[in-house]
Design a protein around this ligand. Structure first.
Ligand code: AVJ
Length: 321
């Protein structure tokens, strides 16, 4: 029997894996999927025909960038603070529009990864040389706190990709409340939320026939193997997706196909799996206006505008205090 009593760990990755794998039911936290290989697999997911989210948001930004740019602009210009920079493909649509309209603004991409930021900065320098970029390495909230203290002109906080969907509603409310606390009355938040739709369309987006999403999910185990000295036999786990159309919650699991023991050296842990025992690895929440308005209300924000694609699969909302 493993006793869930260990209290010192070398990293939060170690600690969170230990906690998740000694719990019942077992779980792992989706944020740890994004190492180098995880980032690359997510890039591949965004190219999948089934993964509609990225294309829908791209279409929204393409179609409405002039209007969105107008809402962002303010007297004295503004700072555009993007939480989670990524490769910037969608953001560049908006940045080009803002530059074309000669709007006075700085672009402040925030990311935990210095590497991602430097790559983005370099590509922006060559593609949109007129743009003022001030990269912000750090966690979202340390950075927002810092910018809230030292900044007086309008702030536009932006988070694309429906990344908020990885959070349970209560965590999403905390997240939005923290953003709200960093906003003044003139500031705005621009955020993407994937919408409820045909349940099969959602399931397909997280269960592609080429197995890219399965490989992405299994990267949890690969990372534990390579960084924590685990000996997971990846092929003995099955990627499984569920979607509850009432709650709007898509859930990812890894299911052990056999009764087995896995050892993880740096956790000093041997983990037992019954045949068909699960590890819950991710939620990808789908929303509707009612839920988004409720989340906003809980965080003392108001939805002031929304933009959607032709099929109504995805929405970008503007929030203000
Ligand atoms: C990056 C969190 C928006 O949940 O849709 C893609 C991650 N997981 N396929 C999502 C993901 C499986 C993605 N987010």
């Amino acid at each position: 029997m493993n006793t869930n009593t260990r209290t010192t760990f070398a990293s939060s990755f170690e600690e969170d894996c230990y906690k998740g794998l000694t719990s019942y039911p077992k779980y792992l936290l989706s944020k740890y999927i994004y190492d180098k290989k995880g980032d690359k697999l997510f890039q591949e997911i965004m190219e999948l025909p089934e993964y509609y989210l990225t294309r829908c948001e791209y279409d929204i930004l393409e179609k409405h960038s002039a209007k969105i740019a107008g809402y962002m602009d303010g007297p004295g210009g503004f700072d555009l603070i993007e939480l989670g920079a990524g490769d910037g493909k969608k953001t560049k649509l908006l940045l080009r529009e803002l530059v074309a309209q000669k709007i006075d603004f700085n672009y402040l991409p925030v990311d935990i990864s210095e590497n991602v930021l430097l790559e983005l900065e370099a590509s922006l320098k060559s593609e949109i040389p007129e743009l003022e970029v001030k990269i912000q390495q750090g966690t979202y909230f340390k950075t927002l706190e810092k910018l809230a203290d030292f900044n007086t002109r309008k702030k536009v906080i932006m988070m694309l990709g429906s990344n908020i969907g990885n959070l349970l509603h209560k965590d999403a409310i905390d997240f939005l409340t923290n953003i709200s606390a960093a906003m003044s009355d003139k500031d705005m938040l621009f955020m993407g939320f994937d919408q409820k739709k045909h349940p099969q369309t959602v399931l397909d987006a997280y269960n592609d026939p080429t197995g890219v999403t399965a490989a992405f999910n299994k990267n949890h185990l690969e990372r534990i193997n390579s960084e924590l000295g685990g000996n997971f036999d990846i092929d003995t786990f099955l990627h499984w997706e569920t979607y509850d159309p009432e709650s709007g919650t898509a859930k990812s699991f890894l299911v052990s196909k056999i009764d087995q023991k896995v050892s993880i050296e740096s956790l000093g842990l041997e983990v037992h799996f019954d045949a068909w025992e699960t590890i819950h690895t991710e939620i990808s929440q789908k929303y509707d206006d009612q839920v988004v308005n409720w989340l906003a209300d809980q965080a003392r924000l108001k939805v002031t505008n929304a933009f959607t694609d032709k099929k109504g699969y995805y929405k970008n909302y503007i929030f203000q205090k």
